[in-house]
Write a protein that binds this ligand. Structure first.
Ligand SMILES: Cc1ncc(COP(=O)(O)O)c(C=O)c1O
Length: 429
């Protein structure tokens, strides 16, 4: 029997929500209903579902080269895709290491950071700094740097990490776009550096815009200040752009949108439009060069890390076709163009019962609900179940509902989404 991931298995199996098809921005449920996909799957199908171009690319690849060993051999599509990502990425984020998920992209980044310092003769730089409410996937490294307590509670000793405070301030409730208040929270990084010693810290990892914890935005000036402090102390800055990468903030990467360049970028999800599992960790040239120069004799493996399916030909084929669509249809731009309409629509819910906060940026938003005593997740789950019955898939996580539709969404679909939410939340007992 199927043990479902991140799912209340008992509830789901008692009352299954089964999806059997998809097209454009809609799913088809097993009971034959069209369901609007207001979260692009799980933040990944940004170009809409069942894109023909991706199907053709994947079909042709599987008939030509289904698999090629990821270690010690190469295939052209992996090189082509790495070059493509390098062209899109800011500054000298030039070297792309492939994996199979966002969690693996993060794990790779963390191991890369520690190994980098080791090779530079500073092996004591092993500590990581994450942030409260951060989500960086489910492997041990990502669980350690993540800051959602329920994701960490069951797993015993984790990797050596301390956390910055999150940036969710009551004073910023109902801000439109980036909140004004909270830049001073970046100064906590100085405090942690002072306390733990820069010479012991490998990297700081943050999502420029936290998705999973409910679209938590960086206060104006906050990311810039993190960058300054990291640079000052020689600490690597990792941006986890697993959700924000490939257009979600209206530019290719949140690093472009917010004008702050990290040393390592973690990507996944929309890279293949969710059509094949793939993660990518992109490093600045100096990091790659450090491995090449200090990585032993020419035949040696400089970075003993990688996955059987790193740069899998099918995933590469899906990604190359997805990135063509993103560029040819100017979908990041479309996401930015639709942002004001989306912003007005989501903030139109303000004033309904139980809504404590509404946050948005580009085509991404969250609605935070007042919780039942000691049951933070219950009300969003109830709302989402009602929405599903009314033809809307909306994601709930913690005390929030999150909305992040595909970039091909029409204004009528945005209206539909917030009309359903208005009906459901407006009639909550
Ligand atoms: C910011 C961030 N990092 C990492 C991950 C993990 O990605 P995956 O589920 O593909 O392992 C996610 C997933 O939602 C994410 O939002």
């Amino acid at each position: 029997m199927y043990w479902m991931p991140y799912t209340g298995n008992r509830l789901m199996k008692d009352n299954p929500r089964m999806i059997v098809g998809a097209d454009g921005c809609y799913y088809l449920s097993a009971d034959g209903r069209r369901i609007f996909d207001s979260l692009s799957g799980l933040w990944c199908c940004s170009m809409g579902h069942n894109r023909r171009e991706i199907a053709i690319s994947v079909t042709s690849q599987i008939a030509t080269l289904d698999y090629s060993p990821a270690f010690q051999f190469g295939h052209p599509q992996a090189f082509q895709l790495a070059n493509r990502i390098k062209e899109m990425a800011p500054a000298d984020l030039d070297y792309v290491f492939f994996s199979n998920s966002g969690s693996e992209a993060v794990e790779t980044a963390l191991k890369m950071a520690r190994a980098y310092w080791h090779l530079k003769g500073e092996p004591e730089r092993t500590k990581f700094i994450g942030r409260g409410k951060g989500y960086h996937g489910v492997n041990f490294g990502g669980t350690s740097v993540g800051g959602i307590p329920s994701n960490r509670a069951l797993y015993g000793e984790l990797v050596d990490t301390v956390h910055l405070p999150h940036t969710l301030l009551r004073d910023n409730a109902f801000s439109r776009g980036l909140p004004d208040k909270g830049v001073e929270l970046a100064e906590d990084l100085e405090v942690l550096v002072e306390e733990h010693g820069a010479k012991n810290i490998a990297a700081v990892i943050v999502e420029p815009l936290s998705g999973s914890a409910g679209v938590i935005l960086p206060p104006v000036g906050y990311l810039e200040r993190l960058r300054e402090i990291c640079t000052e102390h020689g600490i690597l800055l990792i941006f986890d752009e697993v959700i924000t990468g490939f257009g979600r903030t209206g530019r290719n990467f949140a690093a472009d949108t917010f004008g702050v360049v990290p040393d390592i970028l973690c990507l996944a999800k929309a890279l293949t439009n969710g059509c094949a599992p793939m993660g990518a960790t992109v490093a600045r040239s100096e990091i790659y060069e450090t491995f090449m120069v200090n990585g032993g004799p020419g035949y040696a493996t400089e970075f003993p890390h990688g996955y059987t399916c790193s740069g899998h030909p099918i995933a590469c084929a899906a990604a190359l076709a997805a990135l063509d669509i993103l560029e040819e249809e100017k979908l990041a731009q479309r996401c930015a163009e639709l942002a004001p309409y989306f912003e007005d629509a989501i903030h139109g819910l303000k004033g309904l019962p139980y809504i404590l906060d509404i946050r948005n940026f580009a085509l991404t938003g969250a609605i935070q609900l007042e919780t039942y005593p000691d049951e933070p997740a219950r009300r969003p789950a109830e709302v989402a179940q009602d929405c599903w019955e009314k033809g809307l898939y909306v994601r709930y996580a913690g005390d929030c509902l999150a909305v992040a539709p595909p970039f091909i969404v029409e204004k009528e679909d945005i209206d539909f989404t917030f009309n359903v939410l208005n009906d459901v939340i407006g009639t909550l007992p």
